[in-house]
Design a protein around this ligand. Structure first.
Ligand code: ATP
Length: 343
């Protein structure tokens, strides 16, 4: 398995290094024949080659079996003319990684916030409120006058149908429930099209029960009763926000696993950001990226299952970072999971 590793900024290098320790352990045990190729992105990329993500890295990403991307300082990258683009956007757009799958489940070992639950957010990844990926050329965000700014939201039938299909296929491997999250009471045309597309695809999956919930009400429902949900399918920005909430409800944002999947490519990427407030302190929870990487090894089912089991056991033994009730640092948490994967 040939992986391109892009460590990113902030806590990225620390959580990536812990993740690689786990992947190496999985490779030893399950003969994944792991080949890791690292490249500089984010600030390290700007220093090394003048790009937050060099076009050669994007080309390389097309040829490998998968990508592990650490968080980058997206907010600080403002001027594409100076090589400053959001690496995550560039890879999602270039490789057409349309489905962002973000599971959230509880683990034994620390106090539960809302009882046990196990759900997945299937977030559309290539359009929606994310104006930076909506245009063939240029940006969908424009300054009309110095006091007027416009952002273009795009919803298409094709992108809505393919995320709906991914959600229904996922539901077929789980309790077979899909909830469409939207704001069609206000965004009648765009979210109306999204719901219509999801419902059309869902008719191909008669075993799957489908309902829909308005995004603002969803915030209350998911806090009150997360057990009600199985697979949640939604547009780009609602999914981004909702999945931070579901990750934190499951215990910590540090558990927020995320796989960006397309027809031909996949990228493991923690759902949280670069957490500059805790960077360089060896305290960040690496489990989000470790669990994301496990999703990427899904073609090697035994390896993915072993990593998930090792994470469960490490949390239960309090051999993890403090946000999930443990006593270890980032590096030591990676090692604690790696030891269990090897066992
Ligand atoms: P960015 O600008 O890159 O989005 P941010 O700090 O604004 O960074 P997040 O990185 O998502 O946003 O962090 C939100 C909060 O959650 C921060 O207080 C951060 O320290 C915490 N956090 C995020 N990731 C982790 C992690 N892996 N382990 C522990 N705490 C985390």
């Amino acid at each position: 398995m040939h992986l391109l590793v892009l460590a990113g900024d902030g806590i990225g290098p620390e959580i990536t290094s812990a993740t690689l320790a786990v992947l190496r352990a999985a490779s030893e045990r399950f003969d994944l024949r792991l080949r890791l190729e690292e490249a500089a992105t984010g600030h390290a990329g700007l220093r090394a080659h003048g790009h937050t993500i060099h076009p050669d890295i994007v080309e390389k990403a097309r040829k490998v079996d998968g990508i592990v991307l650490g968080p980058t300082s997206t907010f600080e990258f403002k001027d594409p003319a100076k090589g400053e683009v959001n690496p995550s956007m560039m890879l999602r757009k270039s490789l057409d990684l349309f489905a962002n799958i973000r599971p959230a489940r509880t683990y034994a070992g620390f106090p539960l916030r809302c009882g046990e639950f196990d759900l997945v957010v299937a977030r559309e990844n290539t359009e929606g409120f994310y104006a930076d990926r909506n245009m063939e050329e240029g940006s969908g965000e424009v300054l009309v006058t110095k006091d007027v700014a416009i952002s273009l939201r795009r919803i298409t039938r094709a992108c809505s149908e393919r995320i709906a299909r991914a959600a229904c296929e996922l539901a077929m491997t789980r309790p077979k429930r899909v909830t469409i999250v939207h704001k069609a009471n206000v965004l009648k045309v765009t979210d109306g099209l999204f719901i219509e597309s999801c419902r059309k695809v869902a008719r191909e999956f008669p075993a799957v029960a489908v309902d829909d919930v308005i995004v603002d009400a969803m915030m209350a429902h998911v806090v009150r009763n997360p057990q009600r949900f199985d697979v949640i399918v939604t547009t780009n920005m609602y999914g981004d926000i909702l999945s931070d909430l579901t990750a934190e409800l499951s215990g910590s944002l540090g558990l927020a696993a995320s796989l960006n999947a397309g027809a031909d490519h996949g990228m493991a990427q923690a759902a949280h950001g670069s957490a500059p407030d805790i960077a360089g302190k060896n305290v960040a929870n690496p489990l989000s990226l470790i669990l994301s990487a496990a999703m990427k090894t899904n073609s090697f089912e035994a390896a993915a299952a072993a990593i998930e089991k090792a994470v469960e056991a490490a949390i239960a033994a309090k051999e993890a970072t403090s946000d999930v009730g443990g006593r270890l640092g980032t590096r030591e948490t990676g090692d604690a999971v790696a030891v269990r994967v090897r066992a």
